[in-house]
Design a protein around this ligand. Sequence first.
Ligand code: ADP
Ligand code: ADP
Length: 226
Amino acid sequence: MSALTIRNLTKTYANGVHALKGIDLQVEKGDFFALLGPNGAGKSTTIGVISSLVNKTAGDVSIFGHSLDTQRALAKMKIGVVPQEFNFNQFEKVFDIVVTQAGFYGIPVPLARERAEKYLRQLGLWEKRDKQSRTLSGGMKRRLMIARALVHEPELLILDEPTAGVDIELRRSMWDFLTRINGEGKTIILTTHYLEEAESLCRHIAIIDHGIIVENTDMKSLLEKL
Ligand code: ADP
Ligand code: ADP
């Protein structure tokens, strides 16, 4: 079964912009998949639809076989999303942010606290657990978004431009972290406008431009073509 199947997905925003013009994508379980494209191509819109933040205009999306139209709650349990913008409560403490998120998935508090510790430690944020999120650096906030997206242990992790504006050292450590959890079996999809990032990490790649998938292949074949 595929982790993600998208069929003929279109999105036209209220202002008339045709952000997605009928895209098809399939991502297999265990894959590390890049959606590459320039600014304005439709990457965030695609992620928005998959994560139920943007209403699609037409088409079908299913996540581990659960349709977003008919089994949205089940589909949402399967995915963790790391958006581009920080959207934390600025005054909530780091530990509480992750525990609160677990609550949205009905995870009992003792388990939520255990998971929060596990992922904050893995992402190097355990020392910051009692700090308000507004005191964190940009790189720390980004890692906190990853910890928060993992707390319900989704099978599919989706990251929108995870290393945009991140310095080279943190980029490396985020790449290592993502490679490690993919090795442990998590399916990962990320968007990026850097071919280098896709090349370093991903096994499959789709290139999107003006709301159309213009290439969809394994990384090796793409690099041979370039
Ligand atoms: P829906 O997702 O229900 O179709 P929209 O996202 O189209 O609703 O509506 C949000 C509003 O925000 C629109 O009026 C749109 O003009 C505006 N907006 C937000 N982001 C952008 C953007 N990147 N480009 C143009 N307009 C934007
Ligand atoms: P990317 O993530 O690849 O930069 P987006 O999905 O953000 O691309 O944007 C695709 C197109 O849709 C762009 O033309 C953008 O301006 C437009 N757009 C994005 N969000 C909105 C919105 N809320 N309302 C209207 N237009 C939008």
